[in-house]
Design a protein around this ligand. Structure first.
Ligand code: SAM
Length: 365
């Protein structure tokens, strides 16, 4: 229930009754539970960005482990003997290295919770300090040049001290000069405005190392949803043949530029939707498949083709436990077992949790 914390005693107005559950709105907080803390942000509760600042960080981690286990059990019908492990963010605030903001009527901010209204901001405690300062400057710039209509801004942090604020005006193709550089392992990844990048600056290395180690090494790797190559550059050194599938044109340009700068010649880039690429554009049967789809997860056709490709291992990174549970449950009957499931807290102060599942073929398990 929004704004409640584990252990709270609340008075509730029931708005919807179902056979096995009911929905309601909190009328009054009668007694605070031990997990309730004072949110540091003055717009918490109104801003749509964070939902859990009133919950102690240790409790947030336990709740995310429970969300992950419950999704596997309820949606996937996959029993887990224990709660999955979760990697905490080294900092529960000041972690975010990239964000999108809305500009409207001379102000900039996020949407209000449950509304299209703008929650104007000059600061945001989950942003990395450099981005937070840049947000204050952007708020001044926008106030000084009130423009009609609304536009979206992206604030991004590259190498330490390298901050970019870009207006994502529709129809404008980003130029290579707009790219920002991120150090990942031994590689430099250049990213254009609008290209996806993992959001928690403090966990980038940990996520990168863990995913690469779960993928391992071998002859042939297929990576679907490759983005600008966050995992692909390192993995291309661990496999003889690599095929990368990505549908976003901007991300594909960045990906090709990143591969070329790293001198990686053993990689084929397929600039198509996974749904189009996987039925008949796969160049070689993969030993391992890496998946990192958007929240919607995998299209049923992609799942069927994946199962038919029959890889030894599927490594699935997901930002949505529900679609991950659904997809894992659909893959298991094709002869796979779930070898591991682990969480990463990329988004403290929100209910979001990133999860990494490794499936292996029963006969190689
Ligand atoms: C969660 S991001 C992961 C990107 C990359 N793995 C990373 O860590 O930066 C998902 C990526 O999938 C791409 N994408 C979305 N739908 C797709 C589809 N149907 N087929 C292929 N790529 C898709 C997006 O453009 C985005 O780059």
């Amino acid at each position: 229930m929004p704004q409640s914390a584990p252990g709270d005693l609340v008075s509730v107005y029931v708005t919807e009754r179902r056979r096995r559950h009911a929905r309601g709105e909190i009328v009054r907080l009668l007694e605070s539970g031990s997990a309730r803390v004072t949110p540091p942000c003055p717009v918490f509760g109104r801003c749509g960005g964070c939902a859990w600042q009133h919950v102690d960080y240790t409790q947030q981690l336990v709740s995310k482990q429970t969300i992950l286990r419950d999704a596997m059990q309820r949606i996937g019908r996959i029993p887990l003997a224990e709660l999955p492990t979760i990697v905490a963010s080294p900092s529960a605030y000041a972690y975010r290295g990239r964000t999108r903001l809305l500009e409207r009527d001379g102000a900039v901010g996020y949407r209000e919770r449950g509304s299209h209204a703008l929650c104007a901001l000059r600061a945001c405690p989950i942003l990395m300090p450099e981005l937070d300062r840049r947000l204050g400057v952007l708020a001044d710039e926008v106030a000084a040049s009130v423009q009609p209509g609304e536009r979206e801004w992206e604030l991004a942090l590259g190498r330490p001290g390298d901050v970019r604020a870009t207006s994502l005006a529709s129809g404008q193709a980003p130029s290579p000069a707009d790219r920002i550089a991120l150090e990942v392992g031994i590689d430099t990844l250049e990213l254009s405005p609008g290209t996806f990048a993992q959001g928690n600056s403090m966990l980038l290395d940990m996520l990168h190392q863990t995913v690469c180690s779960r993928v391992g090494e071998g002859d042939s790797l297929l990576e679907l949803f490759a983005g600008a190559g966050f995992f692909s550059l390192a993995l291309a050194r661990c496999f003889a043949h690599v095929q990368l599938v990505e549908s976003d044109a901007g991300a594909v340009e960045d990906l090709r530029a990143n591969l070329s700068r790293a001198g990686l010649m053993n990689v084929v880039v397929t600039p198509l939707c996974a749904e189009v690429a996987i039925p008949d554009r796969i160049e070689r049967v993969p030993d391992v498949v890496l998946l990192d789809p958007p929240r919607a997860g995998l299209d049923p056709a992609v799942l069927r083709c994946l199962a038919a490709l029959d890889p030894d291992r599927i490594v699935y990174l997901s930002c949505d436990p529900a679609t991950l549970a659904r997809d894992v449950a659909r893959l298991l009957p094709h002869g796979f077992v779930l070898r591991s499931l682990e969480g990463f807290d990329l988004f403290p102060q929100t209910p979001h949790v990133e999860a990494l599942a490794v499936l292996v073929r029963e006969d190689v398990a």
